[in-house]
Design a binder for this molecule. Structure first.
Ligand SMILES: O=C(CO)[C@@H](O)[C@H](O)COP(=O)(O)O
Length: 242
């Protein structure tokens, strides 16, 4: 069943380690056949080097396994909610890519600061609302899907304009028309998150050498009568000519 989609989803999953988006098995990709109402997802906990197309698990839109020897990804309930609530997406990626997780851990949006981000995301990539303890204890992965949808609805964000989200204290989910496109968006998100981290660090950096330390070191090298302007014959610039 769905052999071609299994191959497509397998290949998309194998891109995650190649693109340095996953450590160990911390990630998963799925793809959906909308006509059949079935999606294919990576099995849970399987190392990428051991993965085969036949290992892929087929799941219906109720989240029930309809084919597969292995357990589906533990994030399957989240993928299920997103396929139901975002009826025009064809593939979903979840990773723990570190720069995006840094923003998720800090409970921050990934702001849209440059054209690299703007080419893929029409606005900031939102941080999801935090789940309550009850939501986590009841059905963590399903409620993760629901809080993603709620975040986009509450903030009036079009999920096609911004095809990614940061799940608070967890990590990014990205999506697209196909599994391969979802992987592309996941990689752009990680690159943009790293760019933003450095940009925000530079712009928030407000550190200068204290004057006394500047004086001590500069005067030690250039003399007390160091340059104060054109009328000072002993200025550093003129001293060299003297
Ligand atoms: O965050 C978690 C588990 O805590 C998951 O997102 C894993 O990182 C991937 O799980 P599987 O897809 O292998 O079940």
């Amino acid at each position: 069943m769905l052999e071609q989609l299994k191959q497509e989803v397998y290949e998309a999953n194998m891109q995650l380690p190649k693109l340095d988006l996953v450590t160990f098995t911390w990630g998963n990709v799925s793809g959906i056949d909308r006509e059949k109402g079935l999606f294919v997802i990576k099995p849970s906990g399987v190392d990428y080097e051991d993965l085969t197309p036949d290992d892929m698990v087929v799941v219906n839109l109720k989240g029930e396994v309809v084919e597969g020897q292995l357990n589906p990804s533990s994030d399957t309930p989240t993928h299920t909610v997103l396929y139901n609530e975002f009826p025009d997406i064809g593939g979903i990626v979840h990773t723990h890519s570190p720069w995006a997780v840094a923003f998720a851990s800090a409970h921050m949006d990934i702001p849209n600061l440059n054209t690299t981000a703007a080419d893929t995301f029409y606005g900031d990539v939102p941080i999801s609302e935090a789940l309550t303890q009850q939501e986590i204890e009841d059905a963590y992965e399903e409620n993760t899907g629901k809080v993603i949808v709620k975040t986009f609805k509450d903030r009036g964000i079009d999920h096609n304009a911004v095809p990614a989200v940061l799940v608070s204290q967890h990590g990014p989910f990205s999506w697209g028309a196909t599994p391969a496109k979802a992987v592309y968006n996941a990689k752009v998100l990680e690159v943009v998150a790293e760019m933003d981290y450095h940009a925000l660090t530079l712009t928030h950096q407000d550190v200068h050498l204290p004057q006394y330390l500047l004086d001590k070191h500069y005067y030690r090298k250039h003399g007390k009568d160091a340059y104060y302007g054109q009328d000072n014959a002993k200025s550093v610039g003129h001293a060299a000519k003297a």
